[in-house]
Design a binder for this molecule. Sequence first.
Ligand code: GDP
Length: 279
Amino acid sequence: MATIQWYPGHMNKAKNQLEDNLDLIDVLIEVLDARLPVSSRNPMIGQLTKKKPHIIILNKSDLADPIQTKKWTRYFQDEGNFVISMDAQHNTNMTSLFKIIKLAGKKKTEKLIAKGASNPMIRVAIAGIPNCGKSTIINRMVGRNAAIVGDKPGVTRGQSWLKTKTNVQILDTPGILWPKFSDQEVGYKLAACGAIKADVFHPDDVALFVIEFLKQNYQKDLAKFAQATSEELENMSNPDLLLAMTNKYGMRDDYDKFSLFMLQRLRKGKLGRITFDLR
Ligand code: GDP
């Protein structure tokens, strides 16, 4: 999906859309990028969703540092959220997610069952910043039941719902949220993971940010990719290291080309499982 640059007009529209949708649903599912549990989080989400049960999916966990994902899971659970980590790209089984949705929607379903309903529907919406995996998750949840549920006037207000094989229905359009984008470091992290358009920054600036971050936090992974020893890494400035790697990977002095290559490898997990927001 194409990425979006956020302006105040966009943000207001997205905020209003989310608020409208919240009226229609029982449970909100917020998708975060497990590599960026803070930077990929919408700054207003907590405030907007106070009254709804809230599930956090730490998606793309196959690319994230598993120790960090555990820590973040605990952190968000302690905040009172339902939390699940997943790799929606490779894992088609959504049983654990459906279980959590049922837990989150329990208050509503119990009420309706007490009134005599036999299998009440739980309605959910999925929201998150661009590229965090919303569509992939929806497709997995819907599976082969891709039929859109016809809307019931008054109840759905013209919205369409997607059927799943359980009593969960999904609002057919995911909510697109804007990321935090509070400072340049957050911007670099989002760009490194491919969550915002790379052309906001020069690729070599993002690559240099990544090199420094890996030097500080994932030195072994960097040493392997750079084909260098830890000692060599420490003794070289980041620009020198970038040039040395450009050369090693056969790109002469085209460090822009190498920077793009390195970011592509990083986004595919080829530099290792790396989390950029450390807990
Ligand atoms: P959306 O913009 O939030 O709807 O994101 P998409 O569902 O379009 O996913 C964006 C990209 O991330 C696609 O290339 C997906 O294949 C990929 N993707 C989604 N979930 C995962 C995941 O759990 N792991 C990995 N490695 N890639 C994922």
